[in-house]
Ligand binder design. Structure first.
Ligand SMILES: Cc1cc2nc3c(=O)[nH]c(=O)nc-3n(C[C@H](O)[C@H](O)[C@H](O)COP(=O)(O)OP(=O)(O)OC[C@H]3O[C@@H](n4cnc5c(N)ncnc54)[C@H](O)[C@@H]3O)c2cc1C
Ligand code: SF4
Length: 333
């Protein structure tokens, strides 16, 4: 690990002002906030990240989950993943979020990991973490070792010829299905970014993963209320039952009335370069009966544009089955 200066932020303005001195908030940022540290410190030890200044934001008052007047939720950026997963309002009104969080990492990691840090966790592509390998995300222009290499766990949707890495988060998939908004405070004040616009596809700049700018501090995330009677569910398929990232996952929200699906939100994990919302699947669901034929059609629509790499073609069928099962469970729970 390279030497760095450590600063404990007294307040948000001080943290933002210090971080704004970084030339970027993306890969290679010279200033980084640290929350739980479970992503950042690993990457610093591996020399994948080498900030010259690390700003501890743990003392900022961003650790509350609050009910909003319209039935939605406001989740502070420093709320720990375990506290959020076990929060009574989340379990009652946004079960898919609780399920996704509990499917991630381990109990010890969830006790440290925060909402803001989880949003910004980095890919688990092995070449990204190996500084001896070419990787456009870590070292722009160096090439992509995964395209002709070990790509079994990598993406089949949203890829480019420069990067095929997946967004690894479970929480982000649930937040996408719940249509969360990320609230960011930066040098120009506060802005609200719908989660569908927060992450950016790799294209020819895979080192840029989000719309975050130097100085930007995520302060909280808001969730709208779900329609009356909506049910949600998260299913994660992986190589082993715990402490493992998704090969395919699905977060779904369904509301049915008089035997017809009136509202559907579908997001998938483990398959996309960003948390993958599927408007195609949603269109295939709304107005149809909640039965096996509808769910199979939605799963086919969701994966219609999937593009397999040499070793991850199995994910197409796996993701279809994952989504079908999640929809069936949400409809019958
Ligand atoms: C062994 C292991 C297994 C794991 N398994 C899973 C899994 O199965 N599923 C899953 O989803 N995740 C998994 N994770 C990832 C884990 O969920 C993340 O590491 C964690 O959520 C990151 O949160 P943190 O608070 O520790 O982030 P940190 O490491 O503190 O920060 C991560 C990044 O976010 C930035 N940041 C943090 N907070 C803010 C803020 N408020 N505003 C702006 N920038 C901010 C930091 O500067 C840094 O760049 C695993 C991690 C490990 C180590
Ligand atoms: S897939 Fe992306 S993260 Fe992995 S080696 Fe290629 S450029 Fe790097």
């Amino acid at each position: 690990m390279q030497p760095f200066e450590f600063l404990r932020a007294r307040d948000a303005s001080q943290a933002i002002g210090a971080a704004a001195r970084s030339s970027t908030a993306q890969q290679g940022a010279e200033v980084r906030f640290v929350a739980g540290g479970t992503t950042l410190l690993d990457l610093m030890k591996l020399d994948v990240e080498h900030p010259r200044q690390v700003i501890d934001i743990n003392h900022l008052p961003l650790d509350k989950v609050e009910a909003l007047p319209d039935g939605g939720l406001k989740i502070g950026a420093l709320v720990r993943n375990s506290d959020l997963a076990h929060h009574a309002l989340v379990q009652r009104d946004h079960a898919v979020l609780s399920q996704a969080l509990l499917a991630g990492a381990s109990a010890q990691l969830r006790n440290m990991a925060t909402t803001g840090g989880n949003l910004l966790q980095r890919t688990r592509c092995v070449y990204f973490r190996d500084t001896h390998s070419a990787c456009n995300k870590r070292a722009p222009g160096s090439g992509c070792s995964a395209i002709d290499g070990f790509n079994r766990t990598l993406a089949i949707l949203g890829t480019s010829s420069h990067c095929i890495a997946t967004n690894p988060s479970d929480m982000n998939v649930a937040l996408t299905a719940l249509e969360a908004t990320v609230v960011i405070r930066g040098t120009q004040g506060e802005r609200s970014v719908p989660i569908g616009e927060f992450f950016v596809l790799p294209g020819d700049t895979p080192e840029r993963e989000t719309v975050m700018m130097p100085g930007d501090l995520i302060t909280h995330v808001t969730l709208p209320a779900l329609p009356k009677g909506a049910r949600s569910f998260y299913l994660k398929l992986r190589d082993r039952a715990s402490y493992e990232f998704a090969l395919a996952s699905a977060a779904v929200v369904l509301a049915t009335e008089d035997g017809t699906i009136r509202h559907a939100r579908v997001a998938m994990g483990g398959v996309g370069t960003v948390p993958w919302r599927s408007p195609e699947a949603e269109r295939a669901l709304v107005g149809k009966p909640p039965d096996a034929a509808t769910f199979a059609a939605a799963a086919s629509a969701a994966l219609a544009n999937a593009r397999a790499q040499s070793a991850n073609g199995f994910k197409i069928e796996l993701a279809k089955r994952c989504l079908t099962h999640a929809l069936t469970t949400a409809a019958t729970a």
